[in-house]
Design a protein around this ligand. Structure first.
Ligand code: NAD
Length: 345
């Protein structure tokens, strides 16, 4: 008997090498007349290219972003959006740029067109996040999900191997947590397994040769699926831990996901039961947790919290903070295993 919930995403997706050229047409198709551009430092030139192809339409620009969207940056961007009378947000960059645009959309109800340049996946989700006073708040609001997403693998060619590897494992985390999510839809599981296979195939090639467009195309395809999957279902203990660690200890977002994922997967082995088996197969492994660890090691992504800057003395506090959100047995052991970084057995 089937019993599931599917949060159906409604946006438009344009995918393919060279798709950046489609942005002006997509902006016009949305009927926008006053665009506010949001980009991270890396995507400044790309944003300038977009602006040049939208003569007279760009009324405001934000070029400063930060991980986990600090509240003061969001407040400044909201003010600029209001003062400029913008009617569309176009964000270009990683998850932090998308996150800032979402923070503006949350307050102003403006629509977003997103051009992602990492594998974070935020562009496909209704999830927003804001950080202040060492605490990250998140929520779901369909109004912040971009109405159009333009994926151009060419824009990811410059993503350095270490960032590519960590960001790829961040995407993988969305896929892993989907397969054992309560009441997950069969469509989501199918997409998750497809995405995991794509990332497992692509990431070694991306790291070996960051300019390999075919590998970049496959990795971004996996990342799209990961974002789609994240937007259609719920997350579990892995995302909760990364959320607490990111907000409280300012650890690097994608790298933290990479470091925690094999251990969160091992922690969930029993509860997940057979749902992890197709995932393991997609990874070419006997066991999903060990397969994720092997993949991370093979692409040089972090497999320990020590390696991403977590201090051992903070582990107990972190476990208490995670458990305070919702009590779960074994979080302290999970964090200790993630800190040590040995291959899950
Ligand atoms: P990021 O956006 O902070 O980018 C990391 C660094 O990479 C930045 O310095 C950026 O300028 C640079 N960069 C981006 N694209 C590049 C490229 N193609 N080449 C070279 N450099 C590039 O990191 P991220 O991992 O993409 O995003 C992390 C943020 O996204 C976190 O705040 C996280 O909470 C959020 N996130 C949200 C969701 C959601 O659904 N709401 C999902 C995933 C991540």
């Amino acid at each position: 008997m089937r019993d599931f919930v599917l949060d159906q995403p409604g946006g438009r997706v344009v995918f393919g090498a060279g798709s950046l050229d489609a942005v002006p047409g997509e902006v016009r198709a949305l009927g926008a007349e006053r665009v506010m551009l949001v980009n991270d430092r890396h995507s400044r030139t790309t944003a300038e290219t977009v602006a040049a192809r939208l003569p007279g339409l760009v009324v405001a620009r934000v070029g400063r972003t930060a991980t986990h969207v600090p509240e003061h940056l969001a407040a400044d961007a909201v003010r600029l959006a209001r003062e400029s009378g913008a009617d569309l947000l176009v964000c270009v960059g990683g998850g932090s740029a998308t996150g800032l645009a979402k923070a503006v959309a949350l307050e102003t109800r403006l629509r977003i067109l997103a051009v992602p340049t990492t594998y974070a996946g935020s562009e496909m989700t209704p999830i927003w996040g804001l950080t202040g006073d060492g605490r990250k708040r998140t929520g779901r609001d369909p109004g912040v999900r971009p109405v159009c997403v333009v994926y151009d693998p060419v824009l990811t060619l410059g993503l350095p191997p270490a960032l590519s590897a960590a960001s790829g494992m961040n995407a993988m985390a969305h896929l892993v947590e989907a397969v054992y999510a309560p009441r997950v839809s069969p469509l989501t599981v199918t997409a998750a397994i497809e995405g995991a296979g794509a990332l497992a195939r692509a990431l070694p090639g991306v790291v070996r040769d960051p300019a390999d467009l075919a590998a970049r195309d496959e990795a971004l395809y996996g990342a799209w699926l990961a974002g789609w999957v994240l937007g259609t279902t719920t997350t579990g203990i892995h995302h909760r831990i990364c959320h607490v660690l990111g907000g409280r200890y300012a650890l690097p977002h994608a790298a933290t996901h990479s470091a925690v994922l094999p251990y969160a997967t091992a922690h969930n082995r029993e509860a997940a039961g057979p749902s992890l088996a197709p995932l393991a197969r997609a990874l070419g492994a006997e066991d999903a947790a060990a397969g994720l660890w092997d993949l991370a090691v093979s692409i040089g992504a972090p497999t320990s919290l020590a390696a991403v800057g977590m201090r051992e003395r903070d582990l107990d506090e972190a476990a208490a903070l995670v458990a305070a959100e919702r009590p779960v047995a074994g979080v302290r052991d999970l964090l200790r295993a993630a800190y040590a970084g040995a291959r899950p057995s």
